[in-house]
Design a protein around this ligand. Structure first.
Ligand code: C6P
Length: 412
């Protein structure tokens, strides 16, 4: 179903903003997304009417806040296809979710074990594993990418062996846009009994993702990338896996019994939610899930595919511009590129002057940038409220950038 973008845009107050007198074209959605009124209002309503700590007091406000907080877990469980709230722990973000798993596995891995990652990982899915490897003597192995920015599946299969204890990979690359064949990779890992960790930071917000269909043991994503507030994220884990996972943080609410010398842990998912949690964040995340479900994840995915195909076609016509990653059909909703001879920060600044918000730099994937032999890229990333006209505006502005640069070069 085609999205009614005009109607959708009315829900996002910030999109009416002008930047340097020009209408804002917000194309930095892979970094964080804008929030609809429905999310903002749900959070205001929480603060104005039932703000209270959860799981602690019996008073009415606490009951209402606890209900909303627990319901948010339920909603996310249903949204991702998890069995129930036991499988959904709220964290700070994707980064914390992955750290919980890597930290816990640090207690189980040993020398000779191997952790398989890919060359297109975000730092959040590299550094926690580096630490786990350093602590245990386990070895990191990397699935390579092809010239077109896809995973080399043959090479990936060849490095998965009996030594592999963990396979952790991104569902969608935040630089190349590549949608990885998650089901196939998870199946290969399962064959050798390895634990699978899916970094879904760039997939859950943009396409239907069902954990049971994929079969992953763990999955991580962030609310702020899916119309929700920052400061709240999700760790999905199969119930038996989460039972075996050690918490990263210890303290209030995550315990069952505490004596002066010892403590036991609360039931799932609360053993991962130490201290007062982000209650308003949970309410906002639940409202974001409602919003996305109303529009339909398949519809959002189709809309982004249309925008990406258009962007790739138009950008390919810009002089001296190189696009990284696979063809449009194999991507999520983002396009990263470089213009020969122009620093990515200059491209970003020139676009900003036209009201177009993009991100320049290594996008927290430094090893990938080095592998590609570049310092970084400029990245345009789309969401449900972006329009074909904004894509055209981006292409026109990039034409202008190349012209300006040519003139500058001639003058030199
Ligand atoms: N990528 C980007 O501009 P956090 O920061 O914990 O919410 O998400 C981390 C993360 C993990 N994996 C992937 C694939 C990601 O893209 C991100 C966040 C943003 O590309 C900010 S660096």
């Amino acid at each position: 179903m085609t999205l009614n973008i005009r109607k959708i845009r009315e829900d996002f107050p910030i999109l009416k903003r002008k930047v340097y007198g020009k209408p804002l074209a917000y194309l930095d959605n892979a970094a964080t997304t804008q929030k609809p009124r429905q999310v903002i209002q749900a959070m205001s309503d929480y603060y104005e009417n039932y703000n209270s700590n959860v799981h602690r007091a019996v008073h009415k406000l606490s009951q209402e806040a606890t209900q909303a907080y627990d319901d948010a877990h339920e909603k996310v469980a249903e949204f991702t296809g998890a069995e129930g709230i036991e499988e959904i722990a709220f964290t700070k973000n994707t980064t914390e979710s992955i750290n919980i798993v890597a930290n816990s596995l640090s207690g189980k891995l040993k020398k000779g074990d191997e952790i398989v990652l890919t060359q297109m990982e975000h730092h959040s899915n590299i550094v926690p594993w580096q630490q786990a490897a350093k602590r245990t003597g386990a070895k990191l192995r990397y699935a390579e990418i092809t010239g077109s920015g896809e995973l080399n599946m043959q090479q990936l299969q060849s490095i998965i062996s009996k030594k592999t204890k963990v396979v952790a990979f991104t569902h969608v690359s935040n630089v190349l846009g590549t949608v990885n064949p998650a089901k196939e990779i998870i199946a290969a890992a399962k064959e050798v009994g390895a634990i699978t960790v899916l970094d879904a930071a760039q997939s859950v917000p943009h396409m239907p993702v069902n954990v049971k269909g994929l079969g992953c043991d763990f999955m991580a994503f962030s609310s702020h990338k899916m119309l929700g507030p920052p400061g709240i994220g999700v760790l999905y884990g199969k119930e038996d896996m989460l039972e075996k996972t050690e918490p990263l943080l210890f303290g209030g609410d995550m315990i069952s019994e505490v004596s002066f010398q010892d403590a036991s842990w609360n039931e799932l998912p609360w053993k991962f939610e130490a201290g007062t949690p982000n209650m308003a964040g949970a309410v906002g995340l639940a409202a974001a899930v409602d919003y996305l479900q109303k529009i339909g994840m398949e519809n959002i995915h189709e809309h982004e595919k249309m925008l990406t195909a258009r962007a790739m076609k138009k950008l390919a016509q810009v002089d001296e511009l190189t696009i990284y990653g696979p063809e449009a059909a194999k991507r999520g909703g983002l396009v990263a590129f470089n213009i020969r001879g122009v620093h990515t920060h200059d491209v970003s600044a020139l676009l900003d002057a036209q009201g177009i918000a993009v991100r320049g730099g290594h996008h927290c994937a430094m090893p990938l940038a080095r592998l590609l032999g570049i310092a970084g890229t400029t990245r345009a990333s789309f969401y449900l409220y972006n329009t074909p006209e904004e894509v055209d505006k981006l292409a026109e502005a990039l034409e202008m950038v190349t012209k300006k640069m040519k003139i500058a070069t001639i003058r030199k």
